[in-house]
Ligand binder design. Structure first.
Ligand code: PLP
Length: 379
């Protein structure tokens, strides 16, 4: 099975091994504590705060909470701010697991279409939703959006923060993909929180999962200190804290330069994968349409008028696993799409495209009937 369900890469060695060794060296003093750090290890909060400050966003450690992945961050935010019946505006499409988490928290999702051709957000549509629906919260992925790969330009970020503030909507900016610019000439806009100098309109979510490795399960929140205090209380009854050893590994990476060195490896590897996948899909599925993203980990492909769910189901039988479009939509939208991640290259990308082309032929000839089982794991 070629599993294209997860948009996450293998560990960038030798950095994982070095980071774990570095973490073991730092562990002894922590072994004398109870080991529960619901806001995160002070050393990691400091290192993450310093990284924001170096990016031009002055940040104190009190503004950081370390979480169990970005998912842990969004879960705590939802628990505190977006419970049963609250309206939450989301991009359409958006990241499948966050949509599901919000649905299960009882939030009412208000979808806002992305602009065409990876041009970022449709600001007039956002203004209208913020004005008319006055959602409690809005969740956006400004940097190499999952699944489309769109990068919201700086001006849009400024305008969205202003519109959210005017509507009294809390803006949650998920930066999980932000370090995965693949083309060397991509100019990264300033982070969404840069347009919130008062610090009370935007909550930022970050993660080590795409920049480094998802197996460490380290994420974080950057917000005003009083929001962090509320989030720490809200996460405590979910998971109490995040493993100390994993936190020490990320601290080691940030403090030694290993983080940046491993990202450079990741970018090169992912760019090669992207180019191989795009070429293979163009060769084997010439009627599939997509815009090639300049960063991130995913290609959002329109499947030539065929059902993405049926292609996913046929693919499962032919040895290629892909998530279908509706997983990333609200109320069944995006039936004509699949998401393909840049996790394989070379001959495997070629083989994946060959199997998808065979799956598409099966669907076009009416040889499939069932739809994709909705429980297939997606990340
Ligand atoms: C936008 C976005 N947010 C959150 C996550 C989950 O991240 P984590 O592994 O840190 O929980 C992902 C993973 O694919 C993602 O793409």
């Amino acid at each position: 099975m070629i599993d294209l369900g997860c948009a996450a890469l293998t560990a960038p060695e030798p950095w994982l091994t070095r980071a774990v060794q570095g973490a073991l060296d730092e562990l002894p003093p922590y072994a004398h504590t109870h080991g529960d750090y619901p806001a995160g290890l002070p050393a990691l909060r400091q290192a993450l705060a310093d990284r924001y400050t170096a990016r031009g966003i002055p940040t104190m450690p009190e503004q950081i909470m370390v979480t169990t992945g970005a998912m842990g961050a969004v879960a705590a935010i939802c628990r505190l701010m977006a419970g049963r019946g609250e309206r939450v505006a989301v991009e359409s499409p958006s990241y499948a697991n966050v949509l599901q988490l919000m649905r299960e928290a009882g939030a009412r999702l208000v979808p806002v279409a992305m602009a065409d051709r990876l041009a970022g957000w449709d600001l007039p549509a956002w203004r209208q939703v913020l004005r008319d629906a006055a959602p409690r919260m809005a969740y956006v992925i400004a940097d190499f959006h999952n699944p489309t790969g769109a990068l919201a330009p700086e001006e849009q970020r400024r305008e969205l923060v202003e519109a959210a503030r005017a509507a009294g909507t809390l803006l949650v900016a998920d930066e999980t993909m932000s370090e995965l610019a693949l083309d060397p000439d991509v100019e990264l806009p300033r982070p969404v929180c840069a347009f919130d100098p008062a610090g009370n309109a935007v909550i930022t979510v970050g993660s080590a999962s795409k920049s480094f490795w998802a197996g460490l399960r380290i994420g974080w929140v950057r917000a005003a200190p009083e929001v962090i205090r509320g989030l720490v209380a809200a996460r405590a009854y979910a998971d109490l804290g995040t493993p100390v050893l994993d936190q020490l590994a990320v601290t080691w990476l940030l403090n030694t330069g290993g983080w940046d060195a491993s990202i450079a490896i990741r970018r090169d590897q992912t760019r090669e994968n992207r180019d191989a996948l795009v070429a293979a899909v163009r060769r084997h599925l010439p009627d599939w349409e997509f815009t090639v993203p300049r960063g991130g980990l995913t290609l959002w492909a329109r499947t030539g008028g065929l059902s993405g769910s049926r292609i996913a189901e046929a693919g499962e039988r032919l040895g290629v696993r892909v998530p279908s479009g509706p997983r990333f939509g609200v109320d069944g939208a995006f039936e004509g799409y699949v998401r393909l991640p840049f996790t394989v290259g070379g001959a495997v990308a070629e083989q994946a495209a060959t199997r998808l082309a065979e799956a598409a032929r099966m669907v076009a000839s009416g040889a499939t009937a069932a739809v994709e089982t909705p429980r297939t794991y997606v990340a």
